[in-house]
Write a protein that binds this ligand. Structure first.
Ligand code: PRX
Length: 655
């Protein structure tokens, strides 16, 4: 019997001891069902409000929601000051570890001082309430400090993942109208310093609004310096007072913008606000991971540049007074056991990561984690893509040693926090399924017309009630917000873009995106964005991109390109034995970022199109996944496909 068959037959009840002491028990579902809004109000009361709300939810103008209307709070105060005031100043907020092995320990009291200093620095630089501040940093304590400093003074942060290119940064700076950029000279990745400042210099030179660039010193690389504009973090933050009184803002005050790929080439600026967002990230972090602030050591092994980092490295853990681990680098540096050494060193009790990483560890072999003491672990989490039962079982056995429940959490940049997930002290786990909507969340599987499907059928995932941490709009583009998420089934049903199956027991299985969005190593990349980048290269006339299933990364990017006449003459039909293909792959990596580098590019003479001129991606996916071709009868010219298939390379290029 294969492992996957075994997995499907197996279920895992919650460990007795964990269930007995769990933060939430089985009653939580009925309680939320009885009165959904009262349930979320109770969750909101775990925070400290300067003024309580008058109304839990205003949904009078769907899809524009307001949560905790009239309430006022300061997000940074909730994440830091109140814990210090309650006598927990000496508790460690972060055990930070740099890739070269350097370590920093930051207590809540120290974090408060640093956040106040940074807030004072931003004020000195003229940052005002509502201004957008871009943060383009590696995984450093200063990244968290910068985010909290913005929140503290009511500025809106916009963190851009350090792996994005200058172009990607420039378009985000422009779209958000950022007035200030916080960056570093560089960061460490795969054992070497990697520069960040040059991309900022390039991007800022093209963006009209940025007045200052604040630079954290990390790698001590040489940097270009623009006098009057550039400032060292240590100078401008270091000289500030550690006193700053946090002012409360409206519950709906914007907290941050996070750009994510959609189905068009232009990324969407997802806007999150304060009270509802913090309520749901804090409550889910506490309930889904069973977080015990006095004893747990929590580690989300993701980058702060993604929503997972925002919600479960920064806001959720800090709101719950967690002690977290934060690690700057890659898992294989200097050796493949780095993560397990970290778990061992800090006594990590809860680990949250993505299936793609788990599959990589599987490839490296179980003897690697076996060398470390992982006995501190008690809960494991997964996020970013469906976790296949084989990977689930491996994670359960070789990392959790059969002891630790795995919470497979489905959510999105747009949802802000967990939406579908088991609860570790309650749910009997079914490997591969995210299982049930979180209490207070209404998720359904519907057909193309929006009719709810019976159990044991496959359709589209929708959310039928608003939730506190939902996105409020797409920055500067309310129409696109309505069109993208709320038009398919009417203005009060959120279309998630994921296919889903509900099994006979009512468990939800996520089946991947149903739109033109790829999921590569848990990162969302739009096919259109990669196509636009390819056709922007002078040699390319036309491009079609598909996400093909990949054993490690979930999906891999496969591009089909038609060369322009002169390029075809110069390079020949095959693209000069792969030389041009490498150039194009590097071009995309430079243009968008290394995560968008196509796994494979095939130079073809034609693309399969329907009579109305639409590219048939389904067929290209068949080719990319080495499958028998599906129905080709709607093609204008069915011989195109045999031409493409004949040219298939035997193995995809990789690096
Ligand atoms: O397709 C789903 C997949 O990731 C998408 C959201 O991507 P992003 O906004 O980048 O956020 C990732 C981290 C929250 C979803 O539409 N996805 C995320 N988590 C899961 C998942 N698919 C299956 N199972 C999950 N647990």
């Amino acid at each position: 019997m294969s492992e996957s068959t075994q997995a499907q037959d197996r279920t895992f009840p919650p460990p007795e001891q964990l269930a007995a002491g769990a933060n939430v028990g089985p009653d939580v579902y009925a309680e939320a069902d009885r009165d959904r809004l009262a349930f979320w109000e109770q969750a909101a009361r775990r925070l400290s409000w300067e003024r309580e709300w008058d109304q839990a939810l205003d949904w009078s103008k769907p899809p524009f929601a307001k949560w905790f209307v009239g309430g006022r709070l300061n997000v940074a105060y909730n994440c830091v000051d109140r814990h210090v005031e309650a006598g927990h100043g000496d508790q460690v907020a972060y055990h930070w570890e740099g890739e070269p092995g350097d370590q920093r320990t930051i207590t809540y009291a120290q974090l408060k001082d640093e956040v106040c200093r940074a807030a004072n620095a931003l004020l000195e630089l003229g940052v005002q309430v509502g201004d957008r501040v871009a943060i383009y940093l590696p995984m450093l304590p200063e990244t968290v400090i910068a985010m909290l400093a913005c929140a503290r003074i009511g500025a809106v942060h916009m963190v851009v993942f350090g792996g994005f290119s200058a172009d990607a940064l420039a378009s985000r700076l422009d779209d958000a109208g950022a007035v200030l950029v916080i960056t570093a000279d560089g960061g460490y990745r795969r054992g070497a310093p990697s520069a960040l400042k040059p991309a900022v210099d390039d991007a800022v030179s093209r963006s009209g609004n940025v007045r200052n660039v604040v630079v954290v010193k990390r790698t001590e690389q040489d940097v270009e310096w623009t006098e009057g504009r550039d400032l060292w973090w240590d100078d401008v933050v270091g000289r500030q007072s550690t006193e700053h009184t946090a002012e409360a803002f409206d519950a709906e005050h914007p907290l941050y913008i996070m750009y994510t790929s959609g189905t068009t080439a232009k990324p969407k600026g997802i806007l999150h606000t304060s009270g509802g967002y913090l309520t749901q990230v804090a409550y889910t972090h506490w309930a889904v991971f069973d977080l015990k602030p006095d004893t747990d050591v929590f580690w989300t092994a993701a980058d702060v540049g993604w929503v997972t980092g925002h919600s479960y490295i920064v806001y959720g853990p800090l709101a719950n007074r967690a002690t977290s681990v934060m690690y700057e680098g890659t898992p294989e540096t200097p050796h493949r056991g780095r993560w397990w050494d970290i778990v061992d060193r800090y006594g990590v009790t809860i680990l949250y990561t993505a299936p793609t990483v788990i599959r990589t560890f599987m490839k490296w072999g179980e003897d690697v984690p076996a060398k470390a003491d992982l006995s501190s672990l008690r809960v494991l989490g997964s996020v970013g893509e469906p976790i296949n039962p084989e990977a689930w079982l491996w994670y359960h056995e070789h990392i959790g040693h059969g002891r630790c429940p795995i919470v497979d959490t489905w959510w999105q940049t747009e949802t802000g926090a967990h939406m579908i997930t088991p609860l570790p002290g309650v749910s009997t786990l079914v490997p591969g399924s995210a299982q049930t909507p979180f209490p207070g969340i209404s998720a359904k599987v519907v057909d193309d017309e929006g009719n709810e499907l019976a159990d044991d059928s496959t359709g589209l995932l929708v959310l039928t009630e608003p939730w506190p941490s939902m996105l409020r709009t797409i920055w500067g583009d309310d129409d696109r917000y309505v069109d993208t998420y709320w038009s398919r089934f009417g203005p009060s049903t959120y279309f998630a873009g994921d296919g889903a199956k509900k099994d006979a027991d009512g468990n939800i299985w996520l089946l991947g995106r149903v739109d033109d969005v790829m999921n590569v190593s848990g990162h969302r990349i739009s096919t259109t964005e990669v196509e636009s980048s390819l056709v922007a290269h002078p040699t390319v006339a036309e491009a079609a991109v598909v996400g093909a299933s990949d054993p490690t990364t979930g999906q891999g990017i496969v591009a089909f390109v038609i060369l322009r006449g002169d390029a075809a003459e110069k390079y020949g039909a095959e693209g000069a034995g792969g030389e041009l293909v490498q150039t194009l792959r590097n071009h995309v990596a430079r243009d968008i970022g290394p995560i968008a580098k196509p796994r494979q590019i095939m130079v073809v003479q034609e693309l399969p199109k329907t009579r109305s001129g639409k590219i048939m991606r389904r067929l290209l996916r068949d080719v990319a996944e080495n499958r028998e071709l599906g129905d080709v009868t709607t093609l204008t010219d069915s011989s195109v496909m045999s031409l493409i298939k004949d040219k298939l390379p035997s193995s995809p290029s990789e690096d």
